[in-house]
Design a protein around this ligand. Structure first.
Ligand code: SAM
Ligand code: SF4
Length: 328
């Protein structure tokens, strides 16, 4: 069985963007009230007394937009300073990053993934729900700041949508040539209310690789991350190209992660709500962390069955939450 030692922690479900593939128009979100968010103290208690003792060592902060979480720098400092933390990373849209990159780095964050779906300000605005050019500009400044401060590796996530940004695949891939930037192409997944996605669809990773192969050639990289990406490289490039192909390929057997939502639900599988545990309510009701540890250990034991459940049965997953609410 795969070792599950990686927890993706959503710090907040709110976001300053409204990406078409994440919160399509018409999405009605009941945002989590501040008092219902897992507090800093509760999160640290869960890490120290539940997750770390049963073997979790790698943590990623996400959202919604994690940089909107009040006190995010302090939280990074606390998690980074736990002696058992082997890896602490963040996924952000970088809109607020330029002013925060140094503080996050100084607090102990070393790895960052930034969503950048387009190099064209107009297309970027269309994808993220705002037509202004300044949105792309601020994101780009955030990326530059992260690079200057020394985040390494710096990964850029691209969700490729036919007819919207698929004409930019080569331009985005080219960012990996001169700098040690890792570009990761992600297949769009219809999570949330599938009807709202309308015409949005996905491009199989192999099709993208073919385009890139024809232009520059492509070799399999010896570098492999913690996650599900298949990693390749343009010959001679400084950085790499990753492909996350959850639609065209099942990688459930390599899954090493669980997800904790901003309101404290532990979810064993992105595609499936089976087995979730409401850790926040349990903590607030005074349930002992020894009991919670036991419950999470039990869930770990059945995780592989839950992972496969949706795909094996051929049924749709239960998507009552959007990616921004789950913590993608
Ligand atoms: N707001 C941050 C950001 O965008 O980087 C962090 C949260 S976002 C939910 C995390 C990642 O999920 C982003 O890289 C985003 O592109 C990806 N994502 C969101 N919705 C998706 C979908 N429907 N299919 C595939 N990836 C998706
Ligand atoms: Fe916000 Fe990230 Fe979702 Fe875009 S992908 S709407 S930036 S949470």
């Amino acid at each position: 069985m795969n070792t599950v030692d990686y927890l993706r922690i959503s710090l907040i479900d709110r976001c300053n963007f409204q990406c078409q593939y994440c919160m399509p128009e018409g999405t009605e979100l009941d945002y989590i009230l501040r008092q219902e968010l897992l507090s800093h103290e509760e999160l640290i208690t869960l890490l120290k007394e539940v997750f770390i003792p049963i073997g979790f060592r790698k943590f990623r902060l996400t959202g919604g937009e994690p940089l909107l979480r009040p006190g995010v720098v302090d939280l990074v400092r606390e998690i980074a300073s736990l002696p058992q933390t082997q890896d602490l990373a963040m996924t952000t849209n970088a809109f607020l990053l330029a002013g925060m990159a140094q503080a996050l780095y100084d607090a102990g964050l070393r790895r960052i993934n930034i969503s950048l779906d387009s190099l064209e300000p107009e297309t970027f605005g269309k994808i993220t729900g705002n037509q202004g050019h300044w949105r792309w500009q601020k994101t780009w400044e955030g990326i530059q700041a992260a690079y200057r401060v020394g985040f390494n590796p710096l990964k850029l996530n691209v969700v490729v949508i036919p007819g919207i940004n698929d004409h930019e695949v080569l331009d985005l891939a080219a960012l990996s040539i001169e700098r040690c930037w890792h570009i990761r192409f992600i297949e769009f997944m219809p999570i949330g209310n599938a009807q709202l996605f309308g015409e949005l669809s996905w491009v199989p990773s192999e099709q993208l690789r073919q385009q890139i192969r024809e232009r520059w050639g492509l070799t399999e990289s010896t570098v492999r991350g913690n996650g599900p990406a298949d990693v390749f490289q343009i010959p001679g490039a400084q950085g790499t190209l990753g492909f996350i192909s959850q639609m065209s390929e099942c990688f459930c057997d390599r899954c090493n992660r669980m997800r904790l939502s901003a309101d404290g639900w532990l979810r064993p599988c992105l595609l499936n709500e089976t087995g979730q545990i409401d850790l926040k309510t349990a903590l607030r009701n005074g349930v002992d962390t020894t009991d919670l540890r036991e419950q999470v250990s039990q869930l770990l034991m059945i995780k592989s069955e839950i992972n496969f459940k949706q795909r094996d049965s051929g049924t749709e997953g239960i998507y009552t939450r959007t990616m921004s609410q789950i913590g993608g």
